[in-house]
Design a protein around this ligand. Sequence first.
Ligand SMILES: Cc1ncc(COP(=O)(O)O)c(C=O)c1O
Length: 231
Amino acid sequence: MAFSTTAKVWMNGKLIEWKDATIHVAAHVIHYGTGVFEGIRAYDAGGVPSIFRLPEHMRRFGDSCRVYRMDPGYTMDALSDAVVETVRANGFKACYIRPLIYRGYAQLGVNPLPCPVDTAILVWEWDAYLGDEAIEQGVDVGVSSWTRLAPNTLPAMAKGTANYANSGLIKMQAALDGYAEGVALDAAGMVSEGSGQNLFLVRDGTLYTPSLTSSILQGVTRDTVLVLAVK
Ligand SMILES: Cc1ncc(COP(=O)(O)O)c(C=O)c1O
């Protein structure tokens, strides 16, 4: 679904028009991938949006910030309030929410530390990730020749924008080979995750999923599935 350009974006403490939510081409994040983000769904709960496990997402967001030594100058509680404010301001019944913290405009050089830490929250209407029919019929996936991030390269547990350069390679290969998604192995050759989702397998009534040491993002959905499965 296309972006609604009439939407409002929260940027550095203010709600502004979608068209004004721009950054300079010299912003550090564009050149060096110095950002962290979250992806959160708000579901339509009888005509009002209900945000799925906001505290857990914001906790991971704060953890990602600390890994990348970025202090946004807002507490995660304050940013949670800003998420709610942004969802309300846009009036969607259901939407996808993208909080983003990144190194902005000051100078260009690999060291991110001299650059300011900027914060934005975008919301838009986004259909089911692999399409509505995928939920009923499933999708074809192919094992990728790209592996997930090896330990001590980029931390897979932090949701850094740079990780998605790897995800993009996996996704492009899958798409060009006729698959909906790629399954990546970790550097040791064990199943890790998809370009943008955790993986599960049910066999003979037992649920399997790669461990946190398999270069995966610690998914909030994964946690939810595991909690529901042991009930
Ligand atoms: C690489 C990757 N793994 C797993 C997930 C699933 O995470 P969550 O369940 O928290 O949405 C995502 C979600 O964006 C992801 O990008």
